[in-house]
Design a protein. Structure first.
Length: 478
């Protein structure tokens, strides 16, 4: 049996929400019921009651939640609305980027956003566009000055390379580090192994600027850096964003600054020629997905099925159940025919779904009105008692049923809200899939492998291979 997806619930209720009668318990119950409808397991509840929405990133509960996302303890976070996650746009973008990086999902019940669904993934696309725009706005204001400062030999920020230091805004050899940097080249020319160089430096008691031991990665990076031979390279990299890798700029934008060398150009070239030769021998093509349904094919026994190198079949290592790759693709292609709904059928389905949601929302509004009526009646009974118009026995007889009725309605409201949340998100996903994927069957044979794989990843949850049948589970499609 497949394990339930672990999720967390985020509770941050504003004073305004509490004035409306929406307690933290109310929000938690609504979120739990949504998780139950999705078949998920609530692992953690993160409580930030009475915390300002202007900045929550450094709050201990936020840090605990992000740690759980990074370690995989939870795979999604459910909250009442985006404004409850954070009102600060910058932090909202940061949350979205972190969740996407670790393959986790955000579920906002008020806005009907569930990024585990195809329709909800649009949210990540929009968030990424907003974040990119914000970064570009900031970077454009400083980018123009960077090449000019580099050409003038002015520091662009950051530490000086190991072996050098900034002195009067110029790079000069550091008397303590420069001899170590020079020794690094001499040792490599002798031993021709970066790991050996790192080991010898560490055994001799040398350490990096931060006090850490030298690693083979650090040694290789420093050997490659042309600053040591008198050419400091500036304005040659740019960041793709927070927590993302740095990439090289076009070579025409690079700026070389002349600095005092630590080693001769001949020694630097000899060492780098050895590194170039090594990289040619060790270069391997990057691995890519070679099978169309990799990672989503399961045996009826519950185990994943893989394609061994010696057979063109998906095989279960547990019970030896198997199916040919081309047979499975043909079955999948035939299944795509079910997307051939007529416009009338699509309209009828969506209209029916819309009607169900409308009826549920009307019922919810009715319950909220009823709650207010009962609360007014309860208040009237209480005032009557306070004014000595009825005795204690009569008060209890009238008050207790009203109190019980309020409790019942308070339990019903989050249950109904969770049901509406689930229906709305399912409706949005179905709408997108039905309209975009209905003609996949006719186009399938003309698609490239990469295009087919992308479609499979988008619309297929999993494929189960039984003894006599194949069951294809699609994402939230009726």
């Amino acid at each position: 049996m497949e394990a339930k997806r672990p999720v967390g619930i985020w509770i941050r209720v504003s004073t305004e929400d509490q004035a409306k009668g929406e307690s933290p318990e109310h929000h938690e119950k609504r979120a739990r019921l949504y998780a139950e409808a999705k078949g998920w397991e609530v692992k953690e509840v993160y409580r930030l009651e009475a915390v300002s929405g202007k900045s929550v990133m450094n709050h201990p509960e936020t840090q605990r939640m992000l740690q759980d996302i990074k370690t995989g303890r939870i795979k999604a976070l459910i909250f009442s609305k985006l404004a409850r996650l954070a009102r600060n746009t910058k932090e909202l973008l940061e949350f979205a980027e972190i969740f996407q990086e670790y393959g986790a999902d955000l579920i906002s019940l008020q806005e009907s956003i569930d990024t585990s669904t195809p329709a909800g993934r649009l949210f990540y696309t929009l968030i990424a566009a907003m974040a990119q725009w914000e970064r570009e706005e900031i970077s454009e204001r400083v980018a123009a000055s960077v090449p000019i400062r580099a050409k003038l030999g002015k520091p662009l920020g950051g530490q000086a390379p190991f072996g050098y230091r900034w002195e009067n805004k110029k790079l000069v050899p550091d008397p303590k580090e420069a001899p170590v940097r020079r020794l690094m080249y001499e040792l490599f020319l002798e031993h021709k192994r970066v790991k050996t160089v790192a080991r010898i430096l560490n055994e001799m008691g040398y350490r990096t600027r931060s006090g850490a031991k030298f690693s083979d990665t650090t040694v290789k990076r420093l050997l490659r850096d042309p600053t040591a031979k008198g050419y400091h390279l500036a304005n040659y990299t740019k960041s793709l964003g927070k927590n993302k890798k740095w990439v090289l700029k076009p070579k025409e934008e690079w700026v070389y600054q002349k600095v005092e060398p630590i080693v001769s150009e001949e020694l630097w070239n000899q060492c780098n020629a050895i590194l170039d030769e090594r990289e040619k021998k060790n270069k391997r093509p990057a691995r890519r997905t070679v099978h169309l349904f990799s990672g989503i094919v399961y045996c009826h026994c519950g185990k994943k099925m893989y394609v061994p190198s010696n057979t063109p079949k998906y095989v279960c290592q547990n019970c030896r159940n198997k199916i040919r790759k081309d047979d499975l693709e043909e079955i999948f292609k035939e299944r795509l025919k079910s997307f051939f709904f007529s416009p009338d059928e699509i309209s009828a389905y969506l209209s029916k779904a819309d009607q169900v949601i409308r009826e549920k929302e009307e019922l919810l509004e009715s319950l909220i009105r009823k709650k207010k009526e009962v609360e007014r009646e309860r208040e009237k009974v209480y005032r009557t008692y306070i004014n000595d118009e009825i005795d204690l026995h009569t008060f209890g007889k009238r008050f207790r049923p009203l109190e019980e009725r309020v409790r019942q309605i308070e339990n019903q409201i989050p249950e109904l809200q969770a049901e509406i949340d689930f229906l709305k998100i399912q409706y949005l996903s179905s709408d997108e899939i039905l309209h975009e994927a209905k003609d996949l069957y006719s186009r399938w044979d003309d698609l490239t492998f990469e295009e087919k794989r992308k479609i499979v990843e988008t619309i297929v949850e999993k494929i189960v291979i039984g003894e006599d049948e194949v069951t294809i589970h699609l994402c939230n499609v009726p």
